[in-house]
Design a protein around this ligand. Sequence first.
Ligand code: 3HC
Length: 692
Amino acid sequence: MTAINEVGDLTIEGDVGVLTLNSPPVNALSAPVRTAINDGIKAAIDNPAVKAIVLICDGKTFIAGADITEFGKAPSGPSLFDAQAMIENAPKPVIAAIHGTALGGGLEVALTCHYRVAVPSAKCGLPEVNLGLLPGAGGTQRLPRIVGAQKAVEMVTVGTHVGAKACKEMGLVDELVEEGKLREGAIAFANKIVAEKRPLKKVRDLNDKVEADRGHPEIFANFRKANARKFRGFLAPEYNIQCIEAAVNLPFDDGIKVEQKLFRELVTGTQSAAQRHVFFAERQVWKLPDVPADTPTIPVARVGVIGAGTMGGGISMNFLNAGIPVTIVETKQEALDRGIATIRKNYENTAKKGRLTQDDVEKRMALLTGTLALEDLADSDLVIEAVFENMEIKKDIFGKLDRIVKQGAILATNTSALNIDEIATAVKRPEAVIGLHFFSPANVMRLLEVVRADKTSKPVIATSMQIAKKIGKIAALVGVCPGFVGNRILAQRQREAQKLILEGAMPWDVDRVLYDFGFPMGPFAMSDLAGLDIGWSKEKSTGSTIREVLCEMDRRGQKTGSGFYDYDENRNAKPSPVVEKIILDFAAKQGINRRTISDQEILERCVYPMINEGAKILEEGKAIRASDIDIVWINGYGWPVYRGGPMFYGDTVGLDKVLAKMKEFQAQMGDDFKPSALLEKLVAEGKKFQSL
Ligand code: 3HC
């Protein structure tokens, strides 16, 4: 064995030189890995005993891509192109031996090899789009030469990981080898190539597929049209499509030039910076400074859910999906039956769409037990209370749970508004109490706010995070404060949206600005969708807000055909002259001199106070890090991924600019805009949230 450098070595096995890379955790293409490939292949070429070369990786995976942490830093060592050219131009066959995932630059390296073998569990893909990028090492030019333009645009704009068997069918992989025997299989394959004197196949020279697609611009036009909604606001999908078009229409080397140019634009832009930030934020969020990874956890084999309403039902489905039995409790048989029937209906609908089999539906339903007796939760390892937001009722339930549920179990509340420290006073074991704040619909939304109360124990926190992962959520650990992290920040935007429509904007102006910013919908359209009458009652209505007036007029949102907007029979929204008049009357009554409000002001008024509130949350220690707040807003409130979350967006705009604007607004409109001490401090020190 010859060491090439600290991450690569070359072993000669008969006629075959085996170049092994070992750079944990994922063999990303850092400078040492590129050097190992470049120098290792060269050493094998120079060694007269070697007739074929196998490129293989140690550890859990083949190369998972470029080293994302290197982006934005000065390049060093051989470029990826140098290393690829060394492989592709080798006078001896080079075979990529793939296990785990060959992703991004990893697959692009494999595509410069003359042959590829893989174990059946391996996956290949070009997921750069999810980092706001495109495959910048020839991937967009080589992939369509194997799979054709249609399949290629699908793969690069979605970033799917394709299983080895499907790769074999598509021609991306030449041969499957036995699971667990990759090395032996790859060497045997290499010997076969040599014995059969097979040619040095270069993907760049395969032109049949792209020539067949030439003169068919409808492939791209149709694809763009079909995905316009999904790609809205994102640059990378369109750039990826343009590269595949270039592969179809231009000679290989010219296509590479297009790819290079567009890659450079993306990698230096703010969208990719934001999406890379999110990639790392999603991994950071699980790491809790004072709850180490080896904290003991509580096995959760049975879950109890209190309340079979929309929330309780959705919460239960998460556990049923993960194969964990659930006992669901209601106070009345009718409500229980209705709740269980809704769960079944949801599953049946999924089955109708072909995403579940009827067998899966029955298996899930078989894990669900309904009861009217709280006593039936005695054996639960985790109980989640999801009744309506009333402190007295919740405390009463927790008092009962304390007497009923076995010691060591977790007692969780799904409250989105109440003080969990106070709920915990109802039990003799406050260390067992935690908030698990699901977002509606709870079986769909990815976010879970895990709310740590004053006395919550570390094993209870660690278990909650672990169970969140198990049910496919992304969990952020937050502290007790009004609205926790997500709704506390939302309240800032809601307040400004309401003020703006009295001062001069219309609901559709505010909605348009936030939609164009990248939210799936604006706050008023959102209210119409959710129903304006949430928390409203005729008896208590005083007609003192626009929302109350609309409810009194039976304009309660989409479900009644009108709310802030008028809706046609297909639920298309139209600005409403009635609402316009109500707003004008309201403003007149309050003596407000309406003025023209610019789109820029709408955006800054809605978004900067959110950033400022995020800073207060950090100051008070209610979130661990700024990127956790970003995770909450991206996964719970539709913040556009390509803007990286509110805190990252603040950094992108420049915290000095945000602060200056907040001060200007404060001078004009008062202390709703009072800058947080942390924001002031960061600006004074020239720092960003990311540097905290
Ligand atoms: N660069 C740098 N670090 C990376 C990385 C990469 N490409 N991929 C993963 N890591 C790090 C993670 O940040 C994590 O670090 P941590 O332990 O300190 O938090 C560690 O490796 C393990 O990653 P995961 O926790 O994600 O491990 P999993 O086993 O769950 O998943 C994976 C493995 C499927 C490879 C997943 O990490 C992944 O999807 N990685 C990104 C793949 C990718 O997007 N590749 C394209 C990169 S861009 C590119 O190649 C450009 C080229 O075209 C020029």
